[in-house]
Write a protein that binds this ligand. Structure first.
Ligand SMILES: NC(=O)C1=CN([C@@H]2O[C@H](COP(=O)(O)OP(=O)(O)OC[C@H]3O[C@@H](n4cnc5c(N)ncnc54)[C@H](OP(=O)(O)O)[C@@H]3O)[C@@H](O)[C@H]2O)C=CC1
Ligand SMILES: Nc1nc(=O)c2c([nH]1)NC[C@@H]1CN(c3ccc(C(=O)N[C@@H](CCC(=O)O)C(=O)O)cc3)C=[N+]21
Length: 305
């Protein structure tokens, strides 16, 4: 797995999420080919959010590349909660489908937690169902489906720790962000690996000082380039989960202003200080897709038992 960690020409090593994604997808495809029934993934998209459409498309592409059955359900923005729940229930009992993903965010008026709780826990490839949340929190990870983004981030942390010759066990880990989909499960995974975990958030006092304690710093805030170079302990391993679209320079051929993707970490500053860092784009994002395929494969294998 050594091609994943690369030199950057600056102090920090760059962790290549695309290369890591390719390795995971190759392993998933090889294992899927051995199954009697191909794994089936259903992705449900409600409304027309352009960012969601991009993600859903790359999920479908990866599923096909792994030899999965890939089904997409596009529902209008006017869909009611009852209609969405009815679709989920029909997917729960569909023997061709092993994984169900309802793309977030959902339109106003739909209670996301009600919908997510309807997904059969054994088909919950996002790992958002309370049963899977509970299994992860109690350390029963052999049975849990673990959320894709933190699980993918954890694989990148392991690769980088190996390359830097560091132990995760005993390390000071600081996670900025406490959402149910990233921050909290990330904390559980690092705790399970015996890191000393701090979870920071919008009420944290003196966030730069808290961040500077971290041997492993995970940014999952949703604030473009909020984490500056001087918030980073020299040599730290920095995982940037943030995906923020900000105005770029110039215009696209259709006359719309260009946008560019940045993380929650100021990458150029961080490259001068950190020991290793995941870039945005090309870091955690591609791993989220890879772990979704890995979870779908797992769900299919468990269903075949
Ligand atoms: N790479 C990938 O595959 C994925 C990327 N993302 C990206 O990761 C980022 C986080 O996503 P998500 O967890 O869903 O976001 P949420 O908005 O649900 O959570 C953001 C967290 O950051 C905290 N926060 C917000 N502002 C500040 C601040 N100024 N100082 C300190 N903490 C702050 C919030 O604190 P509080 O709880 O106090 O409000 C909250 O806990 C986003 O950029 C998102 O696009 C998300 C999912 C997948
Ligand atoms: N039920 C559900 N599950 C999710 O896992 C989920 C979701 N809803 N809603 C939205 C977030 C966000 N998310 C990303 C996935 C891939 C990239 C990704 O591949 N990013 C590329 C860039 C893509 C681009 O150019 O826009 C990269 O970082 O290199 C990013 C973000 C999954 N999410």
């Amino acid at each position: 797995m050594s091609e994943i960690v690369k030199t950057s020409g600056k102090k920090a090593l760059l962790i290549d999420g695309k290369a890591a994604q390719a390795e995971v997808l190759a392993r998933v495809a090889a294992e899927a080919a051995l199954l009697k029934q191909k794994p089936g993934l259903a992705v449900v998209l409600v409304g027309e959010d352009p960012a969601s459409q991009v993600y859903v498309k790359s999920k479908g592409k990866a599923a096909s590349a792994c030899g999965f059955l890939s089904v997409q359900h596009d529902l209008p923005v006017t869909t009611t909660q009852a209609e969405l729940i009815a679709l989920v229930q029909s997917l729960n009992v569909d023997p061709a489908i092993h994984g169900i993903l309802v793309q977030l965010p959902l339109p106003k008026g739909i209670d996301a937690s009600k919908v997510l709780e309807t997904i059969a826990p054994e088909k919950d490839v996002d790992g958002f169902h309370p049963v899977n949340v509970g299994l992860l929190a109690t350390g029963l990870t052999d049975r849990a489906l673990v959320p894709c983004t933190p699980a993918g981030a954890m694989l990148l942390i392991e690769e980088a720790a190996k390359a830097l010759g560091r132990d995760i066990s005993g390390a000071e880990a600081v996670i900025v962000g406490r959402s149910n989909i990233v921050g909290k499960p990330m904390a559980q995974l690092l705790l399970a690996r015996n890191a000393t975990v701090t979870v920071a958030h919008s009420r944290t006092r003196d966030l730069p000082a808290v961040a500077r304690r971290a041997d492993i710093l995970v940014a999952a805030v949703g604030r473009p380039e909020m984490i500056r170079g001087d918030w980073i302990k020299p040599g730290a391993l920095v995982i940037d989960v943030g995906i923020n679209r900000i105005p770029g320079e110039g215009f696209r051929p259709d006359g719309q202003p260009k946008t560019r993707l940045v993380g929650d970490v100021a990458l150029q500053e961080a490259l001068e200080v950190a020991g290793a860092i995941t870039p945005v784009p090309g870091g955690v994002g591609p791993m989220t897709i890879a772990l979704l395929m890995s979870n779908t494969l797992r769900a299919a294998k468990l269903a075949a038992l």
